[in-house]
Design a protein around this ligand. Structure first.
Ligand code: ADP
Length: 785
């Protein structure tokens, strides 16, 4: 409030000290009105008193007449203007709104007529001044001040307009504004050629229209300063028009007339352009909102879809009658199609809203082509098509760029080619070309097919969103009509070009060219040599009751540098989570004291942030309804035992941080299929473990594992209850699977699963013992037991 009072005092003092009571322009009231409009009505009284005192002080110091009463006229004017504007234009009046601007202009012309009338009358009575002259000067000064300064001040005091104006003000623009402003001042002050005054009009208009609010402000300040300066000094082009011998009043009147004409010729242009810019910004943000909506929607749909597909995968892994299997396969195909459409929409909206981030990493071109080929190969074989890759000899083997996006584009084109080709084949050809325009080296990818071809009329719109030749295509071939639109945007984002040549019945050639940026062969080789997947170290809590499983996890995860804490049951896990922060919990489900599902439920009910910690189940239960139960209890995902290390790494990458994604991974949901060939040992798992921990440690693990399995069999001597058998066999199943002891795992699983059919468990346990013995012999033969 104080600063506003001082600012008003300063403005009033400058005007009265320079011109006395006859100031040609009175900016102080424009400032006062803006301050009032930007504050709630209840604080107006205080502001008005402060302005009144400031005004009176300035008049007492530098002017003539009854200062308190004269200042009261200004206070009255500000109050009436602010009240009228607020009532008629609402809480946020703006000159960019045509109706509001009209109302304010009318008010600015009408209200000062009253206040200046009162002021002129006071001056007439006390100072003997001519009423009409005093009124005219006061009125013009007031109106001019309001008209010149209020739009600018209102603009600057609106946060969004101010931000936008400042955003526009790059150094180059600032220099341009200052240059234009200096030009306007020079023109006005040049006394040799009075006619040059007219040149200031285009200068101010150009500044106003090119630089919006900043331009209007600069133009108005420049012209006002120059005009007032020339009046005071008695020289300059303006004064030359009236003739230097003329009185101060005449000069003031001319300056006023000049300022009014300059202002009224530039302000509407600035306002119109401002409105247009606003409209363009609104359109832009409407487009962004649409893309945001699409992105959010497709994301929301994708999350449950991943769940649905995961469940379908689980269902497909069950023993099903042939009809049901056909239904499940149909569900799977439709689900995947829906997911690919949603992914396309998500991708497209991401690109449209400018959220596409491109990588610049080294990648191997032959590997990328091989990846695309191997992905599409099964489909090509199924359709009886040849699929060839031709890479020009001596092409740079390593490139720098975004391999994911290049693969995406190529996959799209190759899949389309396979989809629309019935005989013959598809060729992916890559060669180096020189750009005709800038002679730069580019890499040209061509996808040629001998398929149905595309009619000329359609070629023009092929890369637009949602284009398919006709509706029947989406029914016959699937697709959303977004694929090529995404390709075009991706290629253009990578500073490339995309196109097509095609003849109906002969075939098509889709091509794209990207700038050729050779990569660093060494940089690519190093990480490859180090490790396939880089998993960042995390703090992980592992709740697992079986000692062997804990040891294996410790060996594998410890070697990746993770910080591990173990809990042997759910209750311990719950306590650990409350004691220290973790990035991720791997939770076994069946554990003594408190099981993993109950522990998860309790963690999710904790008051602190630890309640949101990602929890991934590690379980040997592959039943779909069990998985549902885990997710229902609040687990984020579920990994099957025997543990697939790739999946474990993927889970750590995906969930191993706070606020990580909570959608289950469809790929992880799929249970690992039983090995086709029945052997005692799962050689691949064992080899993996051997490579990871070395012979000695593996031997110790295997020995202790076999001993515990026998102990489990011993524990079930006599007449064990179903629960006891289930608990022991479940343990054996999980740990034997992880150790690669396939036969033991399958047998334990069989005993566990056949429980409710009241089989003779004793005989089965004998068989299990025999199997354990056979496994031991086989392992001894391999030097592992
Ligand atoms: P979608 O995602 O539906 O496949 P695209 O944008 O990839 O959409 O393709 C749009 C349309 O372009 C297709 O529906 C098809 O009519 C046509 N098209 C694309 N590639 C080929 C091709 N290799 N041969 C013939 N027609 C094609």
């Amino acid at each position: 409030m104080c600063w506003a009072g001082f600012a008003y005092l300063a403005l009033a003092s400058v005007a009265t000290s320079l011109f006395g009571t006859n100031a040609p322009v009175w900016f102080a009231n424009a400032f006062g009105v803006t301050v009032l409009l930007r504050h709630p009505g209840r604080s107006w009284a205080v502001f008005l008193i402060v302005f009144w005192l400031g005004d009176a002080l300035a008049l007492r110091l530098f002017g003539d007449g009854p200062s308190l009463l004269l200042a009261l006229c200004d206070t009255f004017e500000m109050l009436v203007l602010a009240a009228l504007t607020r009532r008629l234009c609402g809480p946020n009046p703006s000159f960019l709104n045509g109706r509001q601007a009209g109302i304010m202009l009318l008010a600015f012309l009408a209200v000062p007529a009253l206040s200046s009338g009162a002021g002129a009358a006071l001056l007439h009575w006390t100072e003997g001044a001519g009423f009409l002259d005093a009124w005219r000067i006061w009125y013009c000064a007031s109106v001019l001040g309001l008209l010149v300064a209020t739009p600018v001040l209102l603009g600057w005091s609106t946060a969004t307009t101010r931000r936008r104006a400042l955003d526009m003000l790059t150094p180059a623009r600032a220099i341009a504004v200052i240059a234009a402003m200096a030009g306007a001042m020079f023109v006005v002050l040049q006394d040799a050629h009075p006619a040059l005054v007219f040149l200031s009009f285009p200068i101010v208009m150009v500044t106003a229209s090119s630089f919006g609010l900043v331009g209007v402000t600069a133009g108005v300040v420049a012209v006002s300063l120059a005009a007032l300066g020339s009046v005071l000094s008695g020289s300059g082009a303006l004064v030359a028009i009236v003739g230097s011998g003329n009185s101060m009043e005449q000069r003031v009147a001319l300056v006023q007339l000049y300022l009014v004409t300059v202002l009224f010729s530039s302000l509407p242009i600035a306002m119109l352009l401002g409105q247009q810019r606003q409209l363009a910004a609104d359109l832009r943000s409407a487009g962004e909102a649409r893309s945001d909506f699409l992105a959010a929607m497709s994301h929301e749909i994708r999350t449950p879809m991943t769940g649905v597909l995961g469940m379908i995968d689980l269902l497909a892994a069950e023993q099903l009658p042939p009809t049901h299997r056909r239904w499940v396969e149909a569900m799977r195909a439709s689900g995947r199609h829906l997911l690919s459409v949603i992914n396309d929409i998500l991708d497209f909206s991401r690109i449209e809203s400018g959220r596409l981030e491109l990588e610049a990493i080294d990648y191997s071109l032959p590997d990328l082509l091989e990846q695309v080929r191997s992905l599409v190969h099964p489909l090509a074989v199924e359709r009886g098509l040849a699929l060839d890759v031709e890479l020009q000899p001596h092409s740079p083997p390593v490139l720098k760029g975004d391999p994911t996006r290049v693969t995406q584009v190529l996959m799209n084109l190759v899949s389309n080619a396979v989809k629309f080709t019935h005989h013959g084949g598809v060729t992916i050809a890559v060669r180096q070309v020189e750009d005709e325009e800038d002679a730069a080296q580019r890499l040209r990818y061509e996808v040629r097919d001998t398929g149905v071809g595309i009619a000329g009329a359609q070629l023009d719109h092929l890369f637009e969103a949602f284009t398919q030749e006709d509706r029947s295509i989406s029914r016959r071939y699937g697709g959303s009509g977004l694929g090529l639109a995404i390709c075009k945007r991706l290629v253009e984002a990578m500073e490339g070009r995309i196109g097509v040549e095609s003849r109906v019945g002969v075939g098509s050639c889709f091509w794209f060219e990207l700038p050729l940026v050779p990569g660093d062969v060494e940089a690519l080789e190093q990480p490859r040599r180090a490790e396939a997947r880089v998993v960042e170290p995390r703090r992980i809590l592992i709740a697992e009751d079986v000692d062997i499983n804990r040891q294996i996890l410790a060996a594998r995860l410890g070697s990746q540098g993770h910080e591990l804490v173990f809990a042997e049951d759910g209750a311990q896990a719950l306590a650990r989570v409350q004691q220290q922060p973790f990035d991720l919990v791997f939770m076994d489900v069946q554990m003594p004291v408190m099981d993993g599902v109950e522990a998860t439920r309790r963690i999710r009910r904790l008051p602190g942030p630890e309640k949101d910690i990602p929890i991934v189940a590690l379980t040997a239960n592959v039943m779909a309804r069990e998985r549902d139960r885990y997710l229902g209890a609040g687990m984020n995902d579920c990994l099957m035992k025997p543990i697939e290390w790739d999946q474990l790494d993927a889970a750590i990458v995906r969930y191993g941080q706070r606020g990580a994604a909570t959608a289950p991974l469809a790929a992880m949901a799929a249970p690992t299929a039983a090995p086709a060939e029945v052997t005692l040992l799962d050689a691949e798992t064992l080899e993996g473990l051997r490579a990871m921990m070395g012979d000695e440690q593996l031997r110790a693990l295997v020995r202790s594992g076999l001993a515990t399995y026998l102990a489990s069999c011993d524990a079930l001597a006599g007449t064990p209850s179903a629960t006891e058998i289930h608990a022991q066999m479940h343990k054996v199943k999980g740990s034997a699977g992880t150790l690669g002891l396939g036969a033991v795992m399958r047998m334990a699983a069989g005993i566990e699963a056949g429980l409710d059919e009241s089989t003779d468990v004793r005989r089965e346990l004998e068989e299990l013992r025999a199997c354990i013995a056979a496994t031991r012999r086989e392992l001894e033969g391999k030097g592992l037991a």
